[in-house]
Design a protein around this ligand. Structure first.
Ligand SMILES: [Zn+2]
Length: 91
């Protein structure tokens, strides 16, 4: 069997972008929610902590979760050469 690892190179600049449903902004900052897991559930009799990742729209403050990225309700802007060429960060 061929066990060679395949390296897949993806040009992210040509992939769709998640945009904010509320304001159409496409820039986010990461947020973390820290969940407390009870000793009964942690498996080693100690309280433990788990992180959940969220993203906040830098324009309007809407928060989305990592889980919701697979949700059909999220808006995705398809790659468009005309729009994405020479794009600059805007606030
Ligand atoms: Zn927004």
């Amino acid at each position: 069997m061929n066990e060679k690892k395949k390296t897949i190179r993806v040009n992210l600049n040509k992939q769709p972008t998640i945009i904010c449903k509320a304001c159409k902004n496409k820039y986010w900052k990461p947020l973390v929610k820290i969940k407390v897991v009870s000793p009964l559930l942690s498996g080693f009799g100690l309280r433990t902590y788990a992180m959940q990742q969220y993203f906040e729209c830098i324009n309007c403050g809407s928060v989305i979760s990592i889980e919701s990225l697979d949700d059909k309700g999220i808006e995705i802007e398809p790659y468009d050469e005309r729009v994405n060429n020479g794009e600059r960060y805007k606030k």
